[in-house]
Design a protein around this ligand. Structure first.
Ligand SMILES: [Zn+2]
Length: 81
């Protein structure tokens, strides 16, 4: 059966109505409140084109400059031990 929320993935359990991802979303809503989660989503995800471009540019400059990604030094150090 298909998830009733995203209507794309298969449900987590045969007796359930939600897929595992949507279940996580629902759990977050239960913890923080549906109104608060909706507010956060609106503030963070709904942006006009100009805002999106600015955010993408900012992200590119801040982080790695391009698509390449280097592991943090602390992580690689930890792996050696
Ligand atoms: Zn779903």
């Amino acid at each position: 059966m298909t998830c009733r929320f995203c209507e794309a993935k298969q449900v987590e359990h045969w007796f359930g109505s939600w897929c595992s991802q949507c279940r996580q979303i629902k759990n977050l809503c239960n913890v923080y409140g549906y109104e608060r989660v909706l507010e956060i989503l609106k503030k963070c995800c709904i942006r006009d084109e100009d805002q999106l471009e600015k955010k993408i540019e900012k992200h590119k400059k801040q982080d790695h400059g391009d698509e390449s990604y280097e592991k943090p030094k602390t992580r690689s150090k930890a792996e050696k031990i």
